[in-house]
Design a protein around this ligand. Structure first.
Ligand SMILES: C[S@@+](CC[C@H](N)C(=O)[O-])C[C@H]1O[C@@H](n2cnc3c(N)ncnc32)[C@H](O)[C@@H]1O
Length: 301
């Protein structure tokens, strides 16, 4: 890999100041970043928990399902030495890793959900309908069904449900039917196969690409994003010590609903943010990918 120059990090951390304000990382504190990505938030947290005078024992458990992003985070955070522990896995398995690495009681937890800019910018990962590439979409490419496996095998009902539920796609049923018809002739292999098939149902008009909602829905299904989140939240809260805070950034209304309901219903938590924190207009102008972000924060009582 090349030098860690600034251009290597093509993902701009979202709501960074707000995350720092609410998690308030101070020297000697320990944190879990369950979606470390390219390490943007993690770097800012580590700078505060391990100040220049290196007698501080602040630590961070850095987890990501994506090997490529984790490798970038490792380079970026190398200067923090053994204050950071890197784990290549889903945050849904956080408890096991936390207990094994001395993070049984932490002061703060961050989840910054979904995909990173690196995923969409790399046609080889299959997240983008703008560039042709293998129809994959797995964060962890070493296991699980790819998007191609799903569109080539799932029933019309299952596909229609995914497109409707995760993508809020009004033409979910017609698209599922078009997929079944096409795969009888030829299986789906490339992102372009799918975006062309969708465009036969929804002709291209306006700024938003007709395949946007289908691609989003498939990405969420391939990675079981809502399932992983629902499974992880109770374990994450168990790892928080009293007074510790959890901050979750989501980009999808279903994710936000899962988070909001969970955080409000847990009796050992109090909500710190009454309404979700959203990016300022200035941040959206600087980083359009931040536009749908919502941050919710709760504190262990
Ligand atoms: C929005 S990015 C995080 C960016 C990061 N905060 C930064 O500043 O660079 C989301 C990351 O979450 C990872 N991810 C998604 N689902 C995951 C899961 N279940 N477990 C662990 N990582 C996951 C993705 O691979 C991606 O790197």
């Amino acid at each position: 890999m090349e030098d860690c120059g600034p251009n290597m990090f093509n993902h701009i951390p979202v709501l960074l100041n707000e995350v720092l304000e609410y998690l308030d990382p101070e020297p000697n504190r320990s944190f879990i970043d369950g979606t470390v990505g390219q390490g943007g938030h993690a770097e800012a947290i580590l700078q505060r928990v391990t100040p220049v005078v290196r007698q501080s024992s602040g630590r961070l458990l850095a987890i990501d399902r994506d090997a490529a992003n984790l490798a970038i985070a490792k380079q970026r955070l190398a200067g923090f030495g053994d204050a950071v522990v890197f784990i290549h896995d889903s945050y849904a398995h956080v408890k096991r890793h936390a207990l094994a690495n001395g993070f049984a009681r932490v002061d703060g937890i961050l989840l910054d959900l979904g995909f990173s800019s690196a995923h969409v910018d790399d046609p080889g990962r299959g997240f983008s309908f703008q560039h042709n590439g293998p129809l994959d979409m797995r964060y962890n490419q070493s296991r699980g069904e790819t998007a191609a496996d799903i569109v080539n095998a799932w029933s019309e009902d299952e596909l229609a449900r995914v497109f409707r539920q995760y993508g809020e796609e009004p033409k979910a049923r017609e698209i599922a039917q078009a997929i079944i018809a096409r795969r009888k002739e030829r299986l789906f292999e490339q992102t372009q196969d799918l975006s062309e098939c969708v465009q036969k149902v929804i002709p291209r008009r306006g700024k938003i690409h007709p395949a946007t909602r289908v691609f989003q829905a498939l990405r969420m299904a391939v990675n079981d994003e809502l399932g992983e989140l629902s499974r992880a939240l109770p374990d994450l809260i168990d790892l928080l010590q009293p007074g510790g805070r959890i901050a979750v950034i989501s980009f999808h209304s279903l994710e936000d609903r899962v988070i909001k309901t969970f955080l409000k219903e847990r009796r050992d938590l109090s909500m710190v943010t009454r309404r979700p924190i959203v990016p300022t207009r200035e941040e959206i102008t600087r980083n359009p990918r931040s536009r749908s972000a919502k941050l919710r924060v709760a504190q262990k009582v």
